[in-house]
Design a protein around this ligand. Structure first.
Ligand SMILES: Cc1cc2nc3c(=O)[nH]c(=O)nc-3n(C[C@H](O)[C@H](O)[C@H](O)COP(=O)(O)OP(=O)(O)OC[C@H]3O[C@@H](n4cnc5c(N)ncnc54)[C@H](O)[C@@H]3O)c2cc1C
Length: 411
């Protein structure tokens, strides 16, 4: 008994399936794991305990080029694809979920500029985003308009040679540490949704209000207040009224894979923790994993984890190769966030009372997994989208073949 108390609980890698797809980006996985070991791990325990990520870790993410993973090489990025993004965020999150969360959300505003930015906007901003000199939010959600994007209150008004923005965004990832924002707003008649670039230093921009959370406690998450913020015409992304298409595309093809990877990384850590604990804890003179009920629970976590991983990598591979991936990305996001949360609950059972002690981490991971469920479409919204696709042939505009006589539905 005495000997067991003195033994340190250490988390080791649980056995997992070799994956053919992941092999294509083995170098990204290895480099990410090295970054985790050398830069993130030394701070991971303090990040959990203090609920804050040191600036040096965020800066290191930028210098390593991780924020620029998807940015084309001609703008100083790594020019990689969706599968590389999944592996990068998964392994970063496995090392520290809060750091993984910062990394994944950093891809959304950047993704908007990669896909919809004008040549001048791309030349100006992408090189700065690639090095982390600028960090960019995607600012859509408001207190009253979560899933219902068109219910937002933030407005733009054409004035002089540009636009004036007013409103307040809630639940914005990386907001307190970002100095660039992709903001969605409606015209004064509440009809035309449009997207704009807003620099953090403009008068009237306030990103200092931070939400206190119980999951992903160190993830910088906050409100963006816009009070009579003047921006030039050059800051409009795409055209006036294109905002709904832009939001739909970015949520589907950047938000969902990013959130999938975050949930997958948390799931990976849950599996590692549960497996390691079952070999650490001794009961009846044997390891806990000698009990058939405990083996069964570990199997349930393993099964969920491998299936989720497969679905994440397959969806990303489809996206990377330019195949139609809308439904696969939605399914991967749904499965990964829901099943990670379920696995966390099974794991807390294995830990008994220790699940409630912060040093065993598993209780915190359950709350972290919970945080991956609402963004980029809650579980029910995700199911609704998939069912619309299955039963009503509602296909997003970018997936309708020209020879297919189908009605493009965006919403
Ligand atoms: C970790 C995290 C990071 C985030 N980052 C960002 C960010 O960077 N930028 C940003 O703009 N937002 C961000 N969000 C906000 C996120 O996009 C919203 O939480 C999400 O859109 C859901 O909105 P809501 O939380 O207001 O829930 P609500 O929309 O109020 O939903 C409440 C409930 O109603 C259900 N519901 C709503 N509509 C439907 C429907 N049509 N069919 C069936 N059920 C429905 C939902 O499933 C849910 O169960 C983030 C949230 C989290 C937790």
């Amino acid at each position: 008994m005495q000997a067991q108390r003195a033994r340190q609980f250490t988390v080791e890698s649980a056995p997992y399936q070799h994956n053919r797809l992941a092999h294509r980006h083995e170098d990204v996985k290895i480099e990410t794991e090295h970054f985790v070991q050398t830069v993130v791990k030394p701070h991971a325990e303090a990040i959990r305990r203090m609920g804050a990520i040191p600036d040096e870790v965020i800066r290191a993410l930028g210098t390593a080029g991780w924020f620029g993973l998807l940015i084309p090489r001609k703008f100083g990025g790594r020019g990689l694809d969706c599968l590389a993004r999944i592996l990068n965020v998964e392994y970063m999150t496995r090392g520290c979920p809060d750091v993984g969360a910062v990394l994944q959300i950093g891809q959304l505003g950047t993704g908007t500029l990669i896909e919809f930015g004008s040549p001048a906007q791309q030349a100006k901003w992408l090189p700065l985003l690639a090095t982390g000199e600028r960090l960019c939010t995607i600012s859509i959600t408001e207190e009253q308009s979560g899933s219902h994007i068109l219910g937002m209150q933030t407005t733009y008004e054409e004035r002089g040679d540009g636009y004036v923005l007013n409103g307040e965004k809630w639940f914005i990832g990386n907001c307190p540490i970002s100095n660039l924002h992709v903001v969605f707003a409606l015209d004064q008649n509440q009809k035309k949704l449009s997207a704009f670039i807003v620099e953090g230093e403009r008068p009237g921009v306030d990103n200092t209000m931070r939400h206190k959370t119980i999951g992903l406690r160190a993830f910088p998450f906050g409100r963006l207040k816009l009070d009579e913020v003047e921006i030039p015409r050059a800051n409009l992304i795409g055209t006036i009224g294109q905002g709904q298409d832009i939001a739909h595309r970015i949520i589907s093809h950047h938000g969902r894979p990013s959130l999938t990877a975050l949930a997958l990384g948390i799931h990976h850590r849950i599996y590692d923790l549960a497996y390691s604990y079952s070999g650490y804890r001794e009961l009846y003179g044997k390891n806990l994993r000698a009990l058939p009920e405990i083996r069964q629970k570990i199997f349930e976590i393993y099964e969920r984890f491998e299936l989720c991983r497969q679905s994440a990598y397959e969806a990303a591979e489809l996206d990377s190769t330019g195949e139609k991936s809308y439904r696969a990305l939605s399914l991967a996001k749904y499965l990964n966030s829901e099943r990670a949360f379920e696995s966390a609950m099974i794991a807390t059972d294995i830990f008994g009372a220790r699940a409630g002690l912060p040093e065993y981490e598993i209780g915190q991971l359950m709350l972290d997994a919970m945080m991956t469920r609402p963004p980029s479409g809650t579980g029910d919204v995700q199911k609704r989208r998939i069912m619309e696709h299955l039963f009503e042939e509602k296909t997003p505009a970018w997936e309708v073949d020209e020879d297919e006589n189908r009605l493009a539905q965006v919403g």
